[in-house]
Design a protein around this ligand. Sequence first.
Ligand SMILES: Cc1cc2nc3c(=O)[nH]c(=O)nc-3n(C[C@H](O)[C@H](O)[C@H](O)COP(=O)(O)OP(=O)(O)OC[C@H]3O[C@@H](n4cnc5c(N)ncnc54)[C@H](O)[C@@H]3O)c2cc1C
Length: 377
Amino acid sequence: MKTRVVVLGAGFGGLELASTLSEELGDTVDVTLIDKNDAFVFGYSKLDVMFGRTTLDAVRLPYREIAKPGVRFLQETITAIDPEARSVRTEGGVYEADVLVVALGADYDFEATPGLAEGGNEFYSVAGAQRLAGIIPAFSEGHAIIGVCGAPFKCPPAPSECALLLHDYLSARGVRGACEITLVMPLPSPVPPSPDTSRALQDAFAERDIRFVPHRRPSSLHPARRVAVLDDGSELPYDLFLGVPKHRAPDVVIESGMTEDGYVPVDSRTLQTRFPSVYAVGDVTTAGVPKAGVFAEGAARVVAKSLIASIRGGEQPPPYDGIGICYIEFGAGRVGRVEVDFLSGPKPTGTFGEPSDALAADKRHFGSSRRARWFGR
Ligand SMILES: Cc1cc2nc3c(=O)[nH]c(=O)nc-3n(C[C@H](O)[C@H](O)[C@H](O)COP(=O)(O)OP(=O)(O)OC[C@H]3O[C@@H](n4cnc5c(N)ncnc54)[C@H](O)[C@@H]3O)c2cc1C
């Protein structure tokens, strides 16, 4: 009997897990990979789409291109998860698993920030980024706020990248002088584990006249007055609001009873949940690492190697190390890098790589290597 591995979610975590299992075990394993969408889009591509640097069509990676021995992809919406029985319901059927891996990511809670849906925009979903691609070109004067409405949030450097890219975009159109840019976030600095990275970003903000408001989050928007109210009660008028909605686990995960304090608790070394043979990886978990693709992918590799060892009989892999590299757009085509280590020491540490053309090439390689590995492109 083949081991039936059901992987919920085909994002960074699910794609890496399915790819590693297929590579090592081929069709001696039975992997079912389920996602409600028909295509994967890298998180950072949303910034490219919103600023018109590319089109959505150019960055969509259709799941139908997945051709891996032992893996079948199903485009279905998961409606219920029973972690005790390791059974999953979708609108298309019920799937029983020997091993269940939850990789459903983090969802957005628009209602947590009254006024955001009506009076603001968000750039954290594909639809939101695409909508903004039609709105930003009409912004030529006034105050733009990039507002992070809650922590934790995906890819902590992304709002800073958004501010720097907006500066470039407005400068190229010759309207930067008529616009103000403010970045509001609930963190003490742009990338807390790496003071060097935070300093470089704050220097870049200062050089570009971007106002940085740390320790604060927009708690509501008043579209009629075009005002954002921050969590200390202060008000900031805006003409363009680019929001990062508060995050939470998808409803179906919360309803499954797997979450505590909003996310799925796991053993951060093995990614096991408290349910036997049920794992969770990536943004849906509280694994002690940031919500970013590189961490979802690293965690998925540990789960895959552990399953391979169990199926073939062999040594279990070393524990998950919580180390990851994030690339950061600094504008003008240059990309910096932060390598963060979340789990090996007593507290997280980060090493900064100065923005350069070479790192921009590394970032392109990061994307192309995953496109090749996951989609055979
Ligand atoms: C603007 C932006 C920039 C970013 N830049 C970077 C970066 O440079 N580097 C980096 O490492 N990370 C970056 N990220 C973060 C990265 O995209 C996420 O952290 C990563 O995708 C998390 O992987 P995951 O596998 O946990 O979840 P996801 O990739 O979010 O995958 C979850 C999947 O589950 C599916 N799903 C959810 N609910 C259901 C359901 N009920 N039924 C079926 N399917 C469902 C979703 O469709 C989705 O495909 C960025 C994010 C944003 C928004």
